[in-house]
Write a protein that binds this ligand. Structure first.
Ligand SMILES: Nc1ncnc2c1ncn2[C@@H]1O[C@H](COP(=O)(O)OP(=O)(O)OP(=O)(O)O)[C@@H](O)[C@H]1O
Length: 335
């Protein structure tokens, strides 16, 4: 898909997406990362023809969203943030219904349904009603219904939000599986770990604009160097003093220094080489170091470097607990 100068302003004047350029080649696992309200869903809805862009050119699978929206819709899968499974129907019936809606030829339906139930690991509960399913199972069923017409490109809008880590990991497997089979994936997420684990390439959106893009490795490299984590005794005052000392040390160049709950972090090319110099300087200032670690940057460091803020969407915060199905049925613990 290709978008140039994409803009979407809502009727109330909210400029949700402002001049976005995006190109996702065939076969890529692409991640669209950003905090709540950054413009991810708005962008995906334009790409899936659910909203008309206010400005810009967008083509999906070679079809223009403005002039050929029907062809676009027939050539994509779309998994919305809210699951679209019908709780009154069984897993199999939900997929059968999607087959009818997407016009899958009658002769192909039985095989297609069996394949998809297998793919999302719901074959054993094919005859159970979806209202008995856990949040993770409903999401997997939803993913299956988005794939019935074998689209070459699938849009997944925050598919794992609210799921516990185990349910989330199972969904990841299916996404990787369909990507391995050649399906292009456009995934929005606010989970850095998810983006890192799955995506070949990422774009970070903030306030409707793309502020960075590249592979997870590229983005981490751009942070520059490694991250030195120093834990300190005492409270915020000591952390501030330690941060000031690190900032004054010429060996760290223009390092990014941040205070944390435990102490400070220093991100610098010289983190490893001059870490001990920092420890000596802190000791000389009567600051007591209780821990010390040098690590590679994470995507959270990337986000911090770009935006000055952490993207702290913790996947376990609001883990889905609905659904009556037991772990024994689904094998999905920790709900
Ligand atoms: N129908 C609407 N009318 C007016 N403003 C809207 C509408 N839908 C979304 N917005 C606003 O547009 C901006 C982008 O929202 P969007 O839902 O695209 O963000 P998002 O990155 O998907 O966030 P989330 O993770 O919360 O879904 C936000 O400021 C949001 O409040």
């Amino acid at each position: 898909m290709d978008a140039t100068g994409l803009e979407l302003t809502y009727a109330d004047g909210t400029q949700a997406v402002r001049g976005v350029d995006l190109r996702v080649p065939e076969g890529e696992f692409f991640g669209f990362l950003g905090p709540n309200g950054a413009g991810k869903t708005t962008t995906i809805k334009v790409l899936a023809t659910l909203l008309s862009p206010t400005a810009g050119d967008v083509s999906v699978n070679g079809f223009d969203v403005a002039t050929d929206p029907r062809a676009v819709r027939e050539s994509i899968g779309y998994m919305a943030q809210e699951t679209s499974v019908d709780p009154e129907l069984t897993a199999e019936e939900n997929i059968r219904f999607a087959c009818e809606a997407y016009g899958v030829p009658k002769a192909d339906r039985a095989d297609r349904i069996a394949d998809l139930l297998d793919l999302v690991d719901l074959a054993d509960v094919a005859d159970k009603r979806a209202d008995e399913f856990s949040g993770g199972m409903k999401k997997r069923l939803d993913a299956a219904t988005a794939l019935v017409h074998r689209p070459p490109l699938v849009f997944l809008d925050e598919p794992t939000t609210g799921l516990d880590p185990k349910a989330r990991n199972r969904l990841w497997e299916y996404f990787e599986d369909i990507n391995d089979r050649g399906t292009t994936i456009f995934l929005t997420t606010q989970y850095l770990e998810e983006a890192d684990a799955l995506c070949d390439r990422l774009a970070v959106i903030l306030d409707g604009e793309i502020v960075a893009d590249g592979s997870p490795t590229d983005l981490k490299r751009r942070v520059g160097g490694e991250v030195l984590e120093v834990s300190l005794e005492d409270g915020a005052d000591a952390h501030e003093r330690a941060a000031a000392i690190a900032e004054d040390m010429a060996v760290f160049g223009d390092a990014a220094v941040e205070t944390t709950d435990d102490g400070i972090t220093v991100t610098s090319e010289a983190a490893r080489q001059h870490g001990t110099d920092l420890l000596v300087a802190l000791r000389d200032a009567d600051l007591v170091v209780t821990g010390f670690n040098v690590r590679a940057p994470t995507l959270d460091d990337v986000f911090l470097a770009i935006t000055g803020e952490h993207l702290d969407a913790d996947v376990t915060d609001d883990a889905v607990t609905d659904g009556a199905m037991t772990d024994a049925v689904d094998g999905e613990a920790g709900r």
